[in-house]
Ligand binder design. Structure first.
Ligand SMILES: Nc1ncnc2c1ncn2[C@@H]1O[C@H](COP(=O)(O)OP(=O)(O)OP(=O)(O)O)[C@@H](O)[C@H]1O
Ligand SMILES: [Mg+2]
Length: 477
């Protein structure tokens, strides 16, 4: 049943300007405040006031609902009053607002409001919605009030009941951020404000909701928080890097200092060994001490290399000669494993003359060829190819084995200090090698297949590039 409209008046400052509709016979020539004695002037000045009143005219007393809304003409505000017959209103839509001390018509409140609004029954179903609501959620009023699917998402039902408990207890609810579903199932982030609607016994029987779409703000917020989170991670990494570099410098200093007493120990133990020729048991112990001191010293040399304490000293040398020297020094280890190391020299000896730090490149080749021997199966072959790329003028050494090979994740960890899959391996060999090659502005490429073998390719830049680097280094020192 439609609410019965019984009067529409236009007024300004409580003086009636026009009577657009009046169902009570002739219009009485009185001021509004006289006509509706319980409505004060203050109320007229507010926007969209709805209040219950009684109208006495022609000896009749009628309970009416008065809805005022301002109409603006340039700088003037003229108000419009609509008067409804309360007795004709649907009971369910007549609600009691304690603050105004009377019943109000929900349709009237929602009608022209630009904000999406709806009235919920306590079970969450919807009683009334306005046009802004229909636009925002793509539901028609008829569909949503008869919908079997819920407008409040299942996961937020508990939040809804919590809000009801607060409203029921008379606690004013602040607006909350939550979600509501559109007709197509898409969720909208909304800011929801709720006002309790009480029945005549001042019991909560429905809730008036104001909903504002905050999806774009939320999206902005999310992007912002993501950027902040990324910044924090980057900042943390930087700080860790800083910490690491401080710890690294301290450790390198310590390693350097430890080498001095080790050199003395090694020297004196060697002297003791010379005097113990007649005592084979003690001599064996002393030799163990010497071996262990050598091992510790070796570790420290690797560690210092890793922390780049030693600058590179490039001189012109032959890459193929260096390769041959290293292979010779590894003969014993290869023989122990019954592995054959073959050297293939591509191009002329002259072509292999390059600028590099001989000792350091020897160390790299030693580490990589030793690894290849260690990875080889019994009676395997390690092939070492040395040559020069005529296009890029880079020198290269390829070390190819047919051994264990590596998994993808292990290849990715190569060069990380202390990464080792070997019993007793320090995991420093490749770290040192990578840092040496990096200092030479070269690169190491790895290709590996599990159980088939591995190829390491070490590339060194051409003479000109290294010469330029050497000049820069000389200028720095
Ligand atoms: N040719 C290869 N085939 C298979 N795995 C290899 C090969 N070269 C290196 N690796 C893998 O890389 C790891 C790291 O090598 P790296 O030389 O740095 O340390 P390590 O050989 O374990 O110990 P060390 O510091 O004594 O050399 C090895 O433990 C091994 O798992
Ligand atoms: Mg190694």
């Amino acid at each position: 049943m439609k609410n019965k409209l019984i009067g529409i008046l236009l007024y300004k400052d409580d003086v009636i300007l026009d009577v657009l509709r009046w169902d009570f016979g002739p219009w009485p020539d009185v001021a509004l405040t006289t006509l509706f004695p319980d409505i004060t002037h203050a109320i007229w000045q507010k926007d969209a006031i709805i209040v219950s009143s009684s109208l006495v005219t022609n000896g009749l007393i009628k309970d009416v609902l008065i809805v005022t809304s301002p109409i603006r003409f340039s700088d003037q505000i003229v108000s419009q009053v609509k008067i409804y017959d309360k007795s004709s209103m649907q009971q369910e839509k007549l609600v009691y607002l304690p603050s105004l001390g009377g019943s109000i018509d929900m349709d009237a409140i929602l009608m022209d409001n630009v904000e999406a609004m709806c009235v919920h029954r306590l079970d969450g179903s919807i009683l009334i919605v306005n046009a802004a609501f229909e636009r925002m959620f793509d539901w028609t009023a008829d569909e949503i009030t008869h919908a079997s699917t819920s407008f409040i998402p299942e996961s937020l039902k508990e939040q809804w009941h919590d809000c009801l408990s607060l409203l029921q207890a008379g606690i004013t609810m602040p607006s909350i951020e939550t979600s509501r579903s559109r007709r197509d199932g898409r969720m909208l982030d909304v800011r929801l404000a709720m006002a309790p609607i009480m029945d005549d016994q001042a019991q909560l029987f429905a809730v008036l909701c104001f909903l504002r779409d905050i999806t774009p703000i939320k999206r902005l917020e999310q992007n912002f928080s993501k950027s902040v989170a990324e910044l924090r991670v980057a900042e943390k990494k930087l700080r860790e890097k800083d910490k690491l570099s401080i710890v690294g410098t301290m450790a390198a200093g310590m390693a350097h200092e430890i080498r001095n007493p080790l050199t003395s120990i090694q020297g004196f133990v060697q002297l003791i060994a010379d005097r113990l020729q007649d005592d084979p048991v003690l001599l064996r112990y002393v030799h163990i001490v010497i071996d262990e001191v050598k091992r510790a010293n070796h570790l420290l040399v690797d560690f210092l290399q890793l922390s780049r304490m030693r600058p590179i000293n490039v001189i012109e040398s032959s890459l193929s000669e260096v390769v041959n020297d290293v292979v010779t020094s590894l003969e014993f280890i290869a023989k122990e494993k019954n592995v054959r190391v073959e050297v293939v020299v591509e191009g002329t000896q002259e072509a292999h003359r390059m600028l590099f730090d001989e000792n350091q490149i020897k160390q790299v080749l030693h580490n990589i060829i030793k690894n290849a021997i260690e990875a080889s199966f019994h009676a395997g072959i390690v092939t070492v190819i040395v040559g020069k790329d005529y296009l890029s003028h880079e020198g290269y050494v390829e070390v190819i084995d047919q051994g264990d090979g590596m998994k993808r994740e292990d290849i990715d960890r190569l060069g990380i200090p202390f990464f080792s899959t070997k019993k007793g391996g320090t995991g420093l060999g490749l770290s040192v090698s990578y840092s040496i090659i990096q200092a030479h502005q070269g690169r190491i490429e790895v290709d590996s297949t599990v159980k088939k073998g591995t190829k390491f390719r070490i590339c060194l830049p051409d003479k000109e590039k290294l010469q330029a680097m050497k000049t820069r280094q000389d200028a720095d020192t």
